[in-house]
Design a protein around this ligand. Structure first.
Ligand code: ATP
Length: 463
């Protein structure tokens, strides 16, 4: 029977289980002076490597491994990042609380030279990441993100894991705002050699990259071919938080880097924004107008505080509360009609719904988290094809507003009766007062009417 599965160099099938060769059990290793062998098991559906001697010495779960390496022809290192067990008692396997990972690499010294050693390393790499080949990335770092530590974090926390996972990369350190957009445009340099493009910074950096992609003639082809990743070195880090939430990991640079190393690529939604000024933008995260936009953009002056800048400024804006008037119209998620909005100067279709009046907060997200510790859309997933829009109208009191803000961290605000959550595939916002900002993925765009439509599963993300 013909197989379409990719093959390793000497004809070993890459499908899990079939890849492990009986010859590997003839290799004997040394750990702490005793003789052990390395076996493979997928009993119970959980793939693991079993280091065994007279008795079972240890087990390494493939789901925790990002790569393997052969040094000096004899020493194999398995790069293993298991989740930390709780301090007291055994872990509860039914617990939904994610646990952080830590390095617990396994080193095995072969007792004698063996021709199967390089093949064994390729096999572990393939089991762990789906490929034994070197992957090539473009890594874009914004040295001004967050507390300005992105470059150091990339060097100290990302680079070692990429090396362990057989990932080679070209580094672009941005020198100015807009640099990442320039690089992603067609005339910004070739991208064909890369398997993935990784942003090390905040959401604003990936947003800049997406605007470069949007400007390309081959935008859709590139989005279909390329997988994007993000390492949280910014202030908000909403996409990175949504990715680790979906993957059951704990917010950290290690977790996002681990997810990228594992090479799981999944479809994720984008949205296309059009403004009255005639500009188009690609967005992957959120759009806000009203108090949230003001807090995000005006707190820029407090950047030195890191993520704390949002809390400090939110308290100030609640004390000096503003109301924002405008009209919000949307294509409800349950409608069968096409969610494509008409031209911005045309009225919205008659089956769209509208809310006009004074608002405090208008905040739409396409991901679960708008920022770390801001679980704004608990009902959302990365590719549900929906905007999840949170509205607080001017009838909401200061206290109710404060209660909602305090509940963002655990998503409790969705149960507050003064918070309206609307799901839709397309919407239009027409601000009437000119006392706010329009904030798209954490970046300011021109103020005025705009509309948006979801582009379901339009990009691929590592998670
Ligand atoms: N070298 C640079 N110098 C100055 N600004 C830059 C440079 N590179 C990128 N930028 C700008 O920095 C801004 C913020 O970037 P980024 O999103 O990475 O960090 P952040 O704002 O701290 O995080 P978040 O967006 O998650 O809140 C973006 O608007 C981008 O245009």
């Amino acid at each position: 029977m013909m197989t379409t599965e990719p093959l390793l160099s000497d004809g070993i099938k890459m499908s899990h289980g079939d890849i492990w060769r009986p010859e590997f059990s003839t290799i004997t290793f040394d750990t702490d002076g005793s003789e052990v062998t390395l076996g493979y098991s997928d009993d119970g559906g959980e793939q693991k490597l079993v280091v065994s001697g007279d008795k079972v010495v240890s087990e390494v779960y493939i789901s925790d491994v990002i790569g393997a390496e052969l040094k000096e022809g004899m020493e194999i290192t398995i790069y293993n990042y298991p989740k930390v067990e709780p301090r007291c008692g055994r872990s509860d396997p039914t617990s939904a609380v994610p646990r952080p990972r830590r390095a617990a690499h396994v080193r095995l010294m072969a007792r004698s030279d063996n021709p199967f050693l390089p093949l064994l390393v390729d096999c572990i790499r393939t089991l762990a990441t789906g490929t034994a080949a070197t992957r090539k990335f473009l890594v874009v770092v914004n040295p001004c993100s967050g507390k300005r530590k992105a470059l150091m974090q990339c060097d100290q926390e990302v680079r070692p894991l990429f090396a362990q996972s057989n990932i080679d990369f070209d580094l672009l350190v941005t020198t100015h705002a807009g640099h990442a957009t320039e690089r992603m445009k067609e005339d910004g340099g070739d991208l064909s050699e890369y398997d993935g493009v990784i942003a090390v910074g905040g959401d604003g950096l990936l947003y800049e990259m997406m605007q470069g992609v949007q400007a390309r003639g081959d935008c859709n082809d590139l989005l279909r071919r390329m997988t994007f990743g993000i390492i949280p070195a910014g202030s908000g880090n909403g996409l990175a938080a949504s990715i680790v939430h979906s993957a059951g990991e704990v917010d950290s640079i290690l977790a996002n880097t681990f997810v990228i190393c594992k090479n799981g690529s999944k479809p994720s939604d984008l949205s296309l924004y059009e403004t009255a000024a005639g500009n188009k933008y690609l967005s992957f995260l959120s759009c806000s107008w009203g108090i949230v936009a003001d807090v995000d953009l005006e707190s820029e002056v407090l950047r030195v505080l890191g993520p704390l800048r949002f809390d400090v400024y939110a308290v100030w804006r609640m004390l000096s509360l503003k109301r924002y008037s405008g009209t919000f119209s949307y294509h409800p998620a349950e409608l069968d009609s096409a969610p494509q909005p008409p031209l911005l100067d045309m009225p919205v279709p008659s089956d769209w719904l509208s809310i006009s009046g004074e608002f405090l907060c208008f905040w739409t997200t396409q991901t679960t988290h708008a920022a770390q510790k801001m679980y704004t859309s608990p009902g959302s997933s990365m590719n549900d094809g929906l905007f999840h829009i949170m509205i607080l109208t001017a009838e909401c009191s200061r206290l109710q507003l404060l209660q909602s803000f305090l509940a963002f961290e655990n998503g409790g605000h969705v149960k507050h009766k003064h918070v309206k959550i609307i799901k839709c595939k397309a919407y239009r916002l027409e601000p009437e007062s000119d006392n706010s900002h329009v904030d798209l993925d954490g970046e300011e765009i021109e103020y005025g009417a705009f509309q948006a439509s979801v582009q379901q599963s339009a990009m691929k993300l590592y998670y």
